[in-house]
Write a protein that binds this ligand. Structure first.
Ligand code: SF4
Length: 501
């Protein structure tokens, strides 16, 4: 019997078909960019955990990829006789194997025991973490490890980085010993059931559903979905699916088509999306849109931010996962109809926040509406900057007072069938300004790519030529975001008298 790794057992817990596919057809798996990014974040947090749990540098890091599983299991057992922290120790027992992030030696009643710590890049303890540590400790205990306790260490999102490489306080430990040890019978059953799934000749029957995204986005989703009946007008094109009645209906009717969805389960907005999608007709309340914008005069500002976030902060005074703006684009429409543009972009690798604040204050002037698309995002970033830099707080918060959100105005007054239920600027733009396109951009085409580009640009090994290329791509991308808002505003306000280059 082959040993199943902890990750295979967790895959089984998510969906038996996922486990079967991971073992028999792993080539079908396509991890999203988000999933791959989360692996990279996990590695970064793991590196910091080794520093934190090995302050005097005596710990031993094992590497099963390099040394092989059997050699690592053997070495892990040998190290139990020492008093050194062990990282990535491997154990196998009862048809399963696992590697422990951190093993800390301890002494109870004169005997050597071990404390196990699993390190996660999340900001709290999730249900699947409890499965994870139960499996981990079951295997270690059955392999003969004198395991006294098991804890889960996750990121403390309210911790503020004091700088100088001092990451004490970044991780918060939760003792899960009682919960994990009480579940050993369950774990034994999971292992047995998982082996039965692996032994199946064909994949288990399983329809796509909520389990495909929870607790992880499943990399086999495209494969599984391609084998199911395809809806011409998929139900997920409906916006804001929140009512429990509608959710239950969808869960009971996979591959549901909008045509089959009862109207009495839908909100007014959902009914509008359904009707205009099925009939292929544009909805536009031109009067309502113009009314919503009537009270705002020129000059008007159109603002958009790009942000970066780090699980392990690199800039003093910032928190884990804090969204830190490194770029803005601002288009200004003057009262004579002339359009001007301004921008800020810091690729130096230093904390951009102070310069960003100063430049933003100077660029936004002191009066006139500041249009944004989804004001919650820019508004929250401005408030955070105001908290960090009290000397700029009044000016920054004054900008917040002037924010006007184009998203709810668009959502209430416009819908094109091509939007497929989305009012993201990237969904709306092709309908109202087909001459503008994100797809035609070179390199950076969305916020996720902007983050990746920023990280690449500030990396020490990035060449000046590549950095210049990224800078240009970011400026063009963010500039399109705000020019798109100008064109959207023009459309909604009915200002066909204005002409922009
Ligand atoms: S996509 Fe969904 S149904 Fe298919 S293997 Fe993954 S979790 Fe299971």
């Amino acid at each position: 019997m082959r040993n199943l790794s902890k990750s295979k057992l967790i895959a089984y817990r998510q969906c038996p078909k996922r486990l079967w596919l991971e073992v028999h057809q792993p080539e079908l798996r396509e991890d999203s960019d988000t999933t791959q990014a989360s692996f990279a974040v996990g590695n970064t947090v793991g590196d910091i955990a080794q520093q934190l749990y090995d302050q005097d540098g005596t710990g031993v890091l094992l590497d099963a990829q390099r040394d092989g599983f059997d050699a690592t299991f053997k070495r892990s057992m040998e190290l139990l006789a020492t008093d050194k922290p062990i990282f990535e120790a491997g154990y196998s027992a009862n048809g399963a194997l696992a590697f422990a992030d951190v093993m800390i030696p301890d002494t109870v009643d004169g005997k050597r025991v071990w404390r196990m710590v699993e390190v996660k890049s999340s900001t709290g303890v999730k249900d699947y973490h409890r499965d994870d540590v139960a499996v981990q400790s079951y295997i270690a205990r059955n392999a003969g490890v004198p395991l006294a306790s098991v804890a889960l260490a996750h990121i403390n999102s309210s911790w503020v980085y004091p700088g100088e490489g001092d990451y004490r306080g970044l991780l918060e430990e939760n003792d899960l010993t009682a919960d994990a040890f009480a579940r050993f019978d369950e774990v034994r059953e999971w292992i047995a059931a998982a082996h039965e799934v692996v032994a199946m000749k064909v994949e288990p029957e399983m329809k796509v559903g909520n389990q495909c995204a929870t607790p992880f986005a499943c990399g086999f989703f495209d494969y599984c979905q391609s084998k199911e009946p395809q809806a011409k007008y998929p139900i997920h094109w409906l916006p804001s699916i929140r009512s429990s009645d509608l959710k239950e209906y969808i869960a009971a009717h996979p591959a549901l088509d909008l045509r089959d969805t009862p109207d009495d389960l839908l909100s007014e907005q959902q009914q509008r999306v359904k009707a205009h999608t099925l009939f292929g007709e544009v909805y536009f309340d031109a009067e309502g849109a113009a009314d919503a914008l009537m009270s705002y005069n020129l000059p008007a500002y159109f603002l958009d931010f790009e942000t970066i976030q780090f699980a392990v902060p690199i800039w003093k005074g910032t928190r884990p996962y804090q969204m830190i703006p490194f770029q803005f684009s601002l288009h200004t429409l003057l009262d004579n109809g002339k359009l001007e543009s301004d921008s800020f972009l810091d690729l130096s690798g230093k904390d951009p926040s102070r310069d960003f604040s100063e430049k933003l204050i100077a660029a936004c002037g002191i009066s006139g509406p500041v249009y944004v698309y989804n004001a919650g995002f820019e508004g929250a970033r401005i408030r955070e900057l105001a908290e960090r830099f009290p000397e700029f707080a009044a000016s920054l918060l004054a900008i917040n007072e002037r924010l006007v959100d184009l998203l709810p105005i668009t959502r209430a007054n416009y819908y094109h069938p091509s939007q497929h239920g989305s009012w993201s600027i990237k969904a709306v733009l092709p309908a109202v300004a087909p001459d503008l396109s994100y797809e035609a951009l070179d390199g950076v085409k969305n916020g996720g790519m902007a983050m990746e580009a920023f990280e690449e640009a500030i990396h020490a090994e990035t060449t000046p030529q590549r950095k210049a290329e990224i800078e240009q791509q970011l400026l063009v991308y963010c500039g399109l975001d705000t020019f798109a808002m100008v064109r959207l505003w023009q459309f909604l306000a009915g200002r066909n008298d204005l002409h922009f280059e």
